[in-house]
Design a protein around this ligand. Structure first.
Ligand SMILES: [Ca+2]
Ligand SMILES: [Ca+2]
Length: 395
C-alpha cells in the first residue's frame, strides 16, 4: 500500500484503496480542518473538510460503512475559513469559524449534507472556537483563538440559536495563542481552559474565579524553543491527573508536562518523533487495542501505540506521505469499534480516512508486515519447507 500517490480526481472525488483499507477525498486547494460527525442525521459519521485557501467546505456523506458520497463544495464559510465544530447536539448546531468574513456563523445541516446559516456573531480573525461550561456562565460559552494575535476571546453564555452572548472578555495570553482545550487540571470539578502560545513557546491556563469575577490567567510552562501549535490532555502516567502533551513544530519531540494532581506541572521524559522536523498536528485516542497518538508532520504520518507492559511508553510506525496534514483526528468513522485515522491534508488529494485496527493498517502503510501477518508467513514458510523436504524425500 502506498500513501504517496494521490488518487481522487474532479470526476471521481472519492477513491477507495483495495479492500476498502482507506478512503481518499478530494479537497480543492487542500484541507485545513476536518470535522467527523453525523452531519446528515443517519447515525453514521460524515466528514466536513474546510479549505482555508479554497474558501469552501466540502462534505462527504457516509451512506454505508466506508462508502461515501461527495457533496458539491459549499461557500457558506466565506473567504479563508478555519475550523468547523459541533456547537450543540439537540437540536444539532454547528459553528463555522469564518475568518475572512469576520464572523462566527451558526448553521444547521440537512439530510443532503448542505449547511444553512441560522445566525452570526461578528468577531474578527477567528481560528477555532472551543465550547465550555462554567458555573453561572450559561450552558455554553466559547473560547475563541485567533488565526494570529495576542488574545483569547471568551464569549459568555453563547446562544446556539441566535448567536447572542451575555458578555465578552478579551484575555491577553502571549504571542499567537492557538486552539483551546478544556481540561480539569486541578480536579476541582470546574474545567480550566488550556492553550499554547506559538511564538513565545508557553502553555497557559485560564481558570474560573467565580460567576462575576474575571478569570485567572497563568503560565503553566515555558519552553526555550519548539513553536507548539497544540496542547493535548492525556494522563500519560496513569495516576488519575491529566497531563499535557505539547507537540513541537520545530523539534523532533512531543514534550510531556506531568501534573502533580493540583494543576502544577513539571516536564517529564519527552516522546520522540521519528519523522523529519517537526509536528504539525497531533491527536490521541483509545480503543480495545489500547491508547494511540497520531502525529502529522512533513512527509509523514506517525502512529504511536502505548506499550502494554510499560505504560506511558510508545512504539511507532511511520507511513510516508507526499505533503503534510493540517489536522488529524482519531475517531471510529465506520462504526466497527476500532478507531480510524482522519486526515485533513494540505494536499488536495491526500485527505483520508485510514481504517482501524490502526496498528495493522499502519504496518501495511509503513511497509512492515504486522505481527499476525509475520506469524502467518512464518507458518507458511515452515509449511512450505516441510512440504519441500517431504517431496525431496519422495524423489
Ligand atoms: Ca498524570
Ligand atoms: Ca473504525
Amino acid at each position: 500500500m502506498d500513501l504517496t500517490k494521490g488518487h481522487p480526481t474532479e470526476s471521481a472525488p472519492v477513491w477507495s484503496a483495495p479492500e476498502n483499507r482507506y478512503t481518499e477525498f478530494l479537497v480543492d486547494s487542500g484541507a485545513f480542518h476536518v470535522l467527523a460527525a453525523d452531519l446528515s442525521g443517519t447515525g453514521r459519521k460524515d466528514l466536513a473538510f474546510t479549505s482555508h485557501s479554497g474558501d469552501i467546505v466540502r462534505v462527504y456523506r457516509q451512506t454505508a460503512p466506508r462508502q461515501f458520497v461527495a457533496v458539491d463544495p459549499q461557500d457558506i464559510v466565506g473567504f479563508h475559513p478555519n475550523d468547523i465544530i459541533v456547537l450543540s447536539n439537540s437540536p444539532k448546531r454547528y459553528l463555522l469559524n469564518a475568518e475572512g468574513a469576520g464572523e462566527l456563523r451558526v448553521a444547521e445541516v440537512n439530510a443532503e449534507g448542505r449547511f444553512k446559516q441560522l445566525a452570526k456573531y461578528p468577531l474578527g480573525n477567528v481560528l477555532s472556537s472551543t465550547p465550555f461550561s462554567w458555573p453561572g456562565w450559561g450552558p455554553i460559552s466559547l473560547a475563541v483563538a485567533p488565526y494570529t494575535g495576542t488574545a483569547i476571546t471568551l464569549l459568555r453564555d453563547f446562544n446556539p440559536e441566535t448567536a447572542e452572548v451575555k458578555d465578552v472578555l478579551t484575555l491577553p495570553v502571549g504571542r499567537d495563542p492557538k486552539r483551546v482545550q478544556v481540561v480539569d487540571i486541578d480536579k476541582d470539578g470546574t474545567p480550566e481552559l488550556i492553550l499554547p502560545s506559538f511564538w513565545d513557546n508557553q502553555i497557559w491556563a485560564i481558570s474560573y474565579a467565580g460567576p462575576d469575577q474575571p478569570p485567572k490567567v497563568q503560565v503553566l510552562a515555558s519552553f526555550k524553543r519548539g513553536w507548539p501549535r497544540q496542547v493535548l490532555p492525556l494522563d500519560v502516567n496513569h495516576d488519575g491527573a491529566m497531563d499535557l502533551l505539547v507537540p513541537m513544530s520545530t523539534r523532533e519531540r512531543i514534550a510531556v508536562l506531568l501534573n502533580d494532581g493540583q494543576g502544577h506541572f513539571h516536564e517529564g521524559e519527552s516522546i520522540p518523533y521519528p519523522g523529519k522536523t517537526g509536528i504539525h498536528t497531533l491527536a490521541s485516542g483509545k480503543d480495545g487495542e489500547g491508547r494511540y497518538l497520531l502525529a502529522g508532520g512533513s512527509g509523514a504520518l506517525v502512529l504511536y501505540r502505548e506499550r502494554q507492559n510499560t505504560p506511558g511508553q510508545f512504539e511507532t510506525l511511520l507511513a510516508p506521505i507526499q505533503n503534510w496534514p493540517n489536522w488529524v483526528e482519531l475517531v471510529d468513522v465506520d462504526g466497527d469499534g476500532s478507531l480510524d485515522a482522519v486526515i485533513a491534508s494540505q494536499d488536495a488529494q491526500e485527505s483520508r480516512v485510514i481504517y482501524g485496527p490502526l496498528w495493522k493498517a499502519f504496518s501495511q502503510l509503513a511497509g512492515q508486515p504486522n505481527e499476525s501477518k509475520q506469524q502467518e508467513s512464518k507458518q507458511q514458510d515452515a509449511t512450505k519447507a516441510a512440504k519441500q523436504a517431504s517431496e525431496e524425500e519422495k524423489k
